[in-house]
Ligand binder design. Sequence first.
Ligand SMILES: C[S@@+](CC[C@H](N)C(=O)[O-])C[C@H]1O[C@@H](n2cnc3c(N)ncnc32)[C@H](O)[C@@H]1O
Length: 257
Amino acid sequence: MNLRQVKKATLPVLEALGMKGAAIAVKSRYDQFKNRYVHNNNDIFYTLSPNILPAIAMSFEILEADSPALLETGAYYEFGVFKGFSTWFAEAVSRNKTASAFRFYGFDSFEGLPDTSVDRNPWWLPGNYAASYESVMSSIKSHGGDVERIILVKGFYSADLFEGFRRTHSIRPPAIVVIDSDIYESANLVLDFFGEYFVPGTILLFDDYNVFDKSDAHGERRALKDFESKNPSFAKRHLFDFGWHGAAYVVAHGITP
Ligand SMILES: C[S@@+](CC[C@H](N)C(=O)[O-])C[C@H]1O[C@@H](n2cnc3c(N)ncnc32)[C@H](O)[C@@H]1O
């Protein structure tokens, strides 16, 4: 199946889950508002990035074919959870592909974006995209998400937050890493800490890779460039783009020799 076919197949999946339209219609309605904080703390369960849903579904298909061991003992890591819709979707869409030991980790401040000195723009104002931890957990539960397997980690990204996570969880090999935390500084912290766990076959989904006219000086693209120059043994292969903004890669070689 190619990405186009998976994209076509994703809407019936959302329909079967009782969520048709939620991913797309609500977001486009909200995007018409000038006040960007309109996404904050409303009661609706939706994703800001409908295009990431088929990308997630496609990634599980690729893992099933090429790296099935990662679906046994590995994990899905998402940085930038917002409402939890994409985390919920990942768990729901992969139930027949992942073992019971597989986990879904979502990391977010649940207070919106931090400030950035690199990527200032009207969409990424500090505090934008806030959804409380309690409301996200409650939406995931009420839409049938398996909360035994979905673990949300609250806090602004930092070495301390990630160290705390490492102490309390055995870090499972990443099967899929979604970086949807928008700004350079956030992606940089994630790659610096979790990059050492990437293994051949890990799929990296960068939701904002192609924003800023694909400039290497900004955002997730700059963070990945920095990571690659710090870790020359790391090698990746381009898998596909999703929407106008996202890019998917598979790790060909980790950072350890
Ligand atoms: C664009 S939203 C995520 C969208 C979500 N994946 C979806 O599909 O709707 C970006 C999220 O990243 C989180 N975020 C960004 N940088 C962060 C940081 N440094 N620490 C904690 N959370 C961060 C924000 O709180 C926000 O919820």
